[in-house]
Structures are given as C-alpha cells and as structure tokens.
Design a protein around this ligand. Structure first.
Ligand code: GDP
Ligand code: ZN
Length: 356
C-alpha cells in the first residue's frame, strides 16, 4: 500500500511540507484506543501517542487527533511507538457536543469525502431525522448520499424514495438491499480507491451488513487492532477506518453512530423555506402576525407542510443554543485549556466503555 491508498493527496502533501522538512512522517488515524491511536503509514500499522506539545498547545479537544485525521509522527526511540506531533488541517469533519461538557466540539471523524446516511425501509422513513442528518453532512463538508436500505422489505421503495427526494435537496439517493445485494453497485461512484466514506445511522439499519458485503469474504476479524491496557494486558478493538476491496476507505465509529448536531448549517437544508420567506412583504418578517407573510400563506395552503416548518424551528432553536455556548466560551477558554488533559482522558474512557 502507498500513502495515496490511505487517502493522501495534494491537499495533505501541501499541509505536510513544513513537517517533512523536520524529518517527520505522515500517518492516518485508523482507530482511537484507550491510551493511544492506531495509525497507518501506508506501509504499516503502528501505535502513536500525542506528545506534550500537541496536548498543551491544542486550544480545544477538537484540535486533538480523530479517526480519519492525518498526523505528523516521529518514532520514539526504544518504544516501538510513534510520537504524534501535529494534526494536519482537515478537509471535512464531523463533530458533536462532548457529552456532559459545556457543549464544546469533539470531532468524531475527519477527512471523509462522502457520508453514507443509512435509512432502513422496513418502516416509513422518518423525513425529519433525514433532514437532521443532511444538516450534519452539510456542516461537515462531506458529500451526503442517502442509502435507502432494506428495500427488499418495502412493498413500494420507489414511493419512499420520492418522499425522501422531496426533502433531500441535491443529495444523491440510492435504493438498495445490503442483504440481497440489489442496488449495491450503484454505490460505486463513492467507493473509488483512496476515497473516504463515513457511515452514519442508528444501530440496525444495515451498516455492518453493507460493509460485510463490500468486504465479501474478508471477515470482520481482519478489522482488529491490538493495544495494551494500563496493566500491560493485550486488548483488541475493531478498526474504525479500514480499506474495502474497491480501494475505498470506510469510517465507522461509535461516535458517528451517535452524532448530534453541531451548530448545523440549516440554511441550505431548508432552502425551500428560505425561498418562501423571500416573498414575505417585510424583509425582517418573523412570520407571526405580520401582514403579507408568505410563510403563513404557504402553511395555510399546505405548500409548506406544518411538520417541516416545526422541524426547521427545532433546528433553529438548537442552533441558537449552540451559538450561546460558543459565545460563552471565551471566558471559559482558560478553564477549558487547563481542564483539557484530564477531560481528554475521561472522554477516552467513556469512548472505550461503549466499545467494550
Ligand atoms: P448496523 O447496526 O447498522 O450495523 O446493522 P446490521 O448490518 O447489523 O443490520 C441489522 C439487521 O438488519 C441484521 O439482522 C441484518 O441482517 C439486517 N439487514 C441489513 N440490511 C438488510 C437488508 O437490506 N434487507 C434485509 N431484509 N435485512 C437487512
Ligand atoms: Zn413572513
């Protein structure tokens, strides 16, 4: 394997140039472990740990490595491990609010080119949920692809696809069955060598089934990395970034499975609402009691479904809440920096608890 097989390209090469001068090597984070990161250099899998400088200069947790990140490393003599000295700039990132903290950002996957949003068709798709996932995708910078899976369990998958189409904007929609294989070849455009795809969706929608199908007979067992716990015992963990036979890289992390909205860019997701609001008589219309309100007219006529308007409001409220958190941060910044290292350790344990 070469670096390019792990997703390396000109963007990262340029960002890496100053580190190359210092004799560092690039590697990609394939798994976050209890006390280390599993990395791939394009040639081999190695373990790496963040060193003092990166830990102390990181202004927030989001500056620390996440699965999919490219990092600059140097061997630590005598340890067989690498020191991680820097995280390269990210092309895209999925973030969420760190659980129980002040709502600050935690990156759960970095540098995905596309996001496979899994929706199971064994029941009617929840359009509001899909809107939220699309908002996450747009915020991340990765291209969203909606996978309407379990099509074999739906009597009219095309009808479901049309309903999703109406709210999906420019996102691609693929109707498939990971179980029977039907439609899986339609995923080819996103499964090219060196391209990274992140898998999103709750438990049970068929992510593992699709991965297994793409892996064909290369069983999940090969997806394990070995690490040592604090007492020196060997532990194994499922890899969270791995290569499928087409050459594409897949990211499947517990964090992604539980992704929350992080200051989502709802403008794009609701551009139909934005378009209607443009027709309001007053440009600062609050769509309450103002005369000539196009939104109210659209709600009354049914052109704008009530639940879509409600879900827009919910997202707006969530976004406002995030903004308040962010605005409150500068005066908390110092405290956050001081708390960061212990926080990082705690988060690591939470992260692992879910994997075990
Ligand atoms: P994950 O939690 O998203 O990884 O979901 P899994 O891949 O474990 O799938 C959950 C269940 O749904 C399993 O029993 C699968 O066999 C089943 N399943 C997944 N994809 C399909 C599909 O396309 N059709 C049918 N009928 N079942 C599926
Ligand atoms: Zn209005």
């Amino acid at each position: 394997m070469k670096l390019a097989d792990m997703g390396w390209d000109d963007f990262f090469a340029e960002a890496f140039a100053p580190y190359e001068k210092d004799g560092l090597k690039p590697a990609r984070v394939i798994c976050e472990l209890r006390h280390a990161y599993a990395l791939h250099t394009g040639e081999e899998e190695i373990l790496g740990e963040c060193r003092g400088k990166l830990l102390h200069s990181a202004s927030s947790r989001s500056a620390l490595p996440a699965v999919g990140d490219w990092v600059a490393v140097r061997p630590r003599p005598g340890s067989g491990r690498m020191d991680i000295l820097a995280v390269l700039p990210r092309k895209t990132k999925f973030s969420r609010r760190a659980a129980g903290e002040h709502g600050h950002e935690q990156v759960v996957a970095a540098n995905a080119d596309a996001l496979f949003i899994f929706v199971a068709l064994d029941r009617n798709p929840n359009l509001r949920k899909i809107e939220r996932y699309l908002a996450v995708a747009r915020q991340s910078g990765a291209e969203p692809v909606i996978l309407l899976n379990k099509a074999d369990l739906n009597t009219d998958p095309d009808l479901a696809a049309r309903a999703v189409r109406a709210i999906a904007g420019e996102a691609a929609i693929v109707v498939l069955s990971a179980e029977t294989g039907r439609g899986c070849n339609l995923l080819k455009p996103w499964l090219k060598r060196g391209k990274t795809v992140a898998l999103l969706g709750p438990s049970g929608v068929g992510k593992s089934t699709l991965v297994n199908r793409l892996m064909r007979d290369e069983v999940q067992i090969v997806q394990e990395v070995r690490d040592q716990d604090a007492k020196g015992r060997h532990t194994t963990t499922r890899r969270e970034l791995f290569v499928v036979p087409s050459g594409a890289l897949m990211i499947d992390t517990p964090g992604l499975r539980e992704l929350q909205l992080w200051a989502s860019n709802i403008g794009d997701t609701f551009d139909d609402i934005a378009a209607i609001a443009l027709k309001c008589r007053f440009s600062n219309c609050k769509h309450h009691t103002e005369p000539g309100c196009a939104i109210r007219t659209a709600l009354e006529s049914g052109e704008l479904p009530r639940e879509r308007w409600d879900s827009y409001h919910k997202l707006r409220a969530e976004q406002a809440e995030m903004k308040r958190h962010l605005a409150a941060r500068p005066d908390r910044q110092e405290k956050i920096v001081w708390k960061k290292v212990s926080e990082n350790l705690r988060a690591r344990y939470r992260f692992d608890a879910r994997q075990d």
